[in-house]
Write a protein of this length. Structure first.
Ligand code: TXA
Ligand code: MG
Length: 294
């Protein structure tokens, strides 16, 4: 089932069922070494399957339900299918807040394995209209309107003495630092070790994308931010005319999908300030601008 969460739409299946998990990998064209996030209704259902240390509890109590994914160590007796995490005992766990996601989880006796509802390396979906035909035609859909945050969850591994942010998301580095001052932001170029899914090319439109532009080329569409002199003759959308990063985060994938469908030769993106949610937005834009797979 494709279902809404407060971050982006998920493509969910039974996390204890190998064939359901394999179907998710197949339809997304996702490499099997890129683990899925496991979604739970509450902390007590996670405690049955996973070890939670003090730092992880602190984060969980502060942000769950919400846009946080914690990497936790699976217990031997867990029913979570090993294929979900490529047989690794460290699994990404999350409790979503969206009422439809919650209702779904409350009515099931098993957790939901769910990556973002998009074809691997392509743009995430924050509205049903963003779903690719392959997903739309083959999977049952729960429509929850436009995603509240519009950026994926923040992934943290606090299961050892060196807590790390593996992926910036809807919760910012600045907010996490207040809780764990020693938190490290994983160097994305080293991501292949920690998070096989964090390929450099990711979250990408079909058109080429240039970031931090100071001028727009003839034939390019423009993804603008704030006020400046940038102009496109083809099509332009502004993430936030007032320079509000929350608003920009909400609009990011929606506007990239729209510009990707325009009659342009590429997408030029205005600079976005690199603080708070701007760091997450710039991470996604940087990956979207890469042209090769590694
Ligand atoms: O907001 C979200 O997190 C959305 C909603 C649907 O929950 N889900 C999502 O899933 O973005 P996905 O699969 O598109 O991205 C999850 C990322 C992948 O890059 C994956 O490599 C990483 O999390 N990840 C998952 N499990 C991991 C693990 N055990 N260790 C390290 N990284 C992991
Ligand atoms: Mg994804």
């Amino acid at each position: 089932v494709i279902f809404p969460t407060e971050t982006v739409y998920g493509l969910g299946g039974n996390a204890t069922d190998k064939s359901a998990i394999k179907k998710i990998y197949n339809i997304k064209n996702r490499p099997s070494n890129n683990p899925l996030i496991c979604h739970f209704k509450n902390i007590s259902s996670i405690e049955k399957d996973f070890v939670i240390n003090d730092t992880s509890y602190e984060l969980a109590n502060k942000f769950w339900p919400g846009p946080l994914t914690l990497i936790l160590e699976k217990k031997e007796a867990s029913n979570i299918n090993p294929v979900l995490s490529n047989h690794n005992k460290f699994v990404g766990c999350r409790i979503p807040k969206h009422p439809i996601a919650q209702a779904l989880l409350q009515n099931l006796e098993f957790p939901i394995a769910a990556p973002s509802a998009n074809i691997s390396t392509k743009l995430s979906s924050t509205k049903i209209i963003h779903l690719s035909k392959k997903l739309k035609d083959n999977i049952f859909i729960l429509d929850g309107g436009k995603s509240f945050y519009g950026l994926e969850s923040t992934i943290i591994n606090a299961s050892n003495d060196n807590p790390k942010i593996l992926r910036l998301g809807s919760i910012t580095l600045e907010v996490i630092e207040k809780i764990i001052p020693s938190i490290i932001l994983e160097n994305y170029s080293n991501f292949s070790n920690q998070s096989p899914g964090q390929q450099i090319k990711h979250y990408s439109p079909n058109l080429p994308l240039r970031i931090n532009v100071n001028s727009v080329l003839k034939g390019e569409a423009l993804l603008n931010f704030g006020t400046n002199n940038l102009k496109s003759e083809i099509m332009e959308l502004n993430l936030s005319t007032s320079g509000n990063l929350e608003e920009a985060g909400k609009n990011l994938y929606d506007f990239l999908h729209k510009l990707d469908n325009s009659q342009s030769i590429g997408i030029a993106v205005a600079p976005v300030p690199n603080n708070n949610l701007g760091k997450t937005i710039n991470d996604r834009l940087k990956r979207a601008s890469k042209t090769n797979l590694n």
